[in-house]
Write a protein that binds this ligand. Structure first.
Ligand code: ZN
Length: 422
């Protein structure tokens, strides 16, 4: 069997056959000749007229430990619809790539599963190549049809870098929180970018959108999809309640410190031995945490606050009662529970909690809608830890675009097929 025949069978490059094989300094070099006579632009237009020719090389998957390069004459054409000279499309590589499709698919498949340094070692390519390959594969796979048949969505901000760098992420509640769209920033303009891509027809299909109500998003949503029910995301409601309880705690701590007066010195410095201060001291995590996850010490702290009929205990109990809204037993009406809570909070004489009740009352409808539809952005909250993992694996350091491509690759349900799986 001739070497060219063997390589033809082994590589089975789509749309081309092998015309020569040689061993160069870098590894094996395989020359290809494309079968197609017509030149095809990326837009789909084709012609027989050649503008000019040159030779291009593509890195293919290794053969054993040898690097394998493909080379072929590539032609340019003057594309009439695009109005410019463009390089023809070849079936074995994506436009502008210096790697074959097979090579790029392997990189993308690995990037879903392992860190960047190990990919560069395994495949002997640069960090920059991995990043540009991920971007190209994602652009190739990301289908506009993913935005069809979308009815219930959630939008949330995630931080991708220190120093207040945020992305806005839109996820599909109907597909188990799969990411639909990611944009840089967290402003109303960023969210508008999602609706621009969605278009008015598909926006008119939206039934419900869950989000944090304190930002600019509800307005953007009302302007683009007025029929959609805005839902207050439970996580953000509880976050507000936690902030109110923490404000009460800080206030109590400061008062106890100022008025307690019984400050003594010991080996570690000044210690406030006032019983009121001792009660409040280091209760922050016990107050925030789910009681089911308390340590023995934390449970004892809250029990002590309860025995003292402390204002902090009442604030905490109010917060827990609000959390109960999201774990009501079936058949128990949410509106009655929330109204009962609002009445209790209004009478509690704790300024921070009264302020919280005021905010909750203005959002009563959207809070109840979220309970009724069972919408929560908890899947989106999980994205924060996924992004940390992406950064930890070495993919997020360059730009928002690189992080966005990785979020699409890892969290939007893209399936990358391996060349060996086809
Ligand atoms: Zn074109």
């Amino acid at each position: 069997m001739r070497a060219t025949t063997a390589f033809n069978k082994m590589l089975a490059i789509p749309g081309a056959h092998v015309v020569g094989v040689c061993f160069g300094a870098e590894g094996i070099e395989v020359s290809l000749r494309a079968r197609a006579r017509r030149l095809r632009c990326a837009c789909g237009w084709s012609t027989r007229a050649v503008y000019d020719r040159s030779v291009r090389r593509w890195r293919h998957l290794d053969l054993g430990a040898c690097k394998l390069m493909l080379s072929a004459q590539i032609r340019r054409l003057r594309c009439r619809p695009c109005g410019r000279v463009v390089t023809e499309q070849v079936p074995w590589a994506r436009p502008g790539a210096r790697f074959t499709r097979d090579f790029e698919d392997v990189v993308a498949w690995l990037a879903q599963r392992m860190d960047k340094t190990n990919i560069t070692r395994l495949l002997r390519c640069s960090w920059e190549s991995v990043a540009s390959i991920v971007a190209r594969v994602v652009a190739d796979h990301l289908d506009d049809h993913r935005l069809d048949e979308v009815y219930r969505i959630g939008v949330d901000e995630v931080s991708y870098r220190k120093g207040h760098r945020y992305l806005s992420v839109v996820a599909d509640h109907g597909r188990d929180g799969a990411v639909l769209w990611v944009g840089e920033g967290k402003s109303g303009a960023t969210f508008q970018g999602f609706f621009d891509e969605l278009g008015p027809e598909r926006a008119a299909q939206l039934e419900a959108v869950s989000m944090d109500l304190t930002g600019a998003w509800p307005k953007v949503c009302a302007a683009n999809a007025p029929q959609a029910q805005v839902c207050a995301d439970p996580f953000h409601v509880i976050k507000l309640a936690n902030a109110a309880v923490d404000a009460v705690r800080r206030d109590q701590w400061n008062t106890a410190r100022r008025t307690g007066g019984k400050i003594r010195r010991n080996a570690r410095g000044r210690v406030n031995t006032d019983p009121a201060a001792q009660l409040v001291k280091k209760t922050r995590w016990a107050l925030l945490k789910d009681p089911a996850a308390w340590t023995e010490h934390q449970a004892a702290q809250i029990a002590a606050l309860r025995r003292a009929r402390h204002v902090l205990f009442r604030a905490w109990a109010l917060k827990e009662e609000l959390r109960d809204l999201y774990r009501l037993p079936p058949g128990k009406p949410a509106d009655a529970h929330l109204d009962g809570w609002l009445a209790w909070a209004a009478r509690c004489r704790i300024p921070a909690m009264i302020e919280l009740a005021r905010t909750i009352r203005t959002h009563r409808g959207t809070i109840l809608a979220a309970v009724e539809l069972g919408l929560s952005n908890s899947k989106l909250e999980g994205l924060n830890s996924k992004i940390r993992l992406i950064n930890h694996r070495g993919y997020g350091h360059h730009s928002a675009a690189a992080v966005i491509a990785m979020i699409y690759l890892c969290c939007s349900g893209l399936t990358i097929e391996l060349p060996t799986g086809r």
